[in-house]
Design a protein. Structure first.
Length: 86
């Protein structure tokens, strides 16, 4: 089981040090909680991760889909589209 977990694709955050601390990024198919004071970038990180989830296998991503649950109404589809465009 440990070898399977290590071989699993990760969703990169694009923050090198954070990805290193997370063992290569966020593990897919698991709930991940990000906490912090207002204004530190939690929503920004969540939107970026939702975009990064779709990075194809051929480019080192997991080629997946995302369900983004926004309980505060701060999700911006326009901003997420801008992130996806680069």
């Amino acid at each position: 089981h440990l070898q399977e977990e290590r071989a699993m694709f990760r969703i990169v955050t694009l923050v090198q040090r954070l990805d290193e601390l997370l063992g290569g990024g966020i593990r897919p198919c698991q709930l991940t909680e990000v906490a912090g004071v207002p204004g530190v970038g939690k929503t920004q990180l969540g939107m970026q991760l939702s975009v990064n989830t779709a990075i194809p296998h051929a480019l080192g991503g997991c080629g997946g889909e995302t369900v983004y649950i926004d309980t505060e109404g701060s999700f911006s589809a326009q901003r997420t589209a801008q992130m996806a465009e680069g």
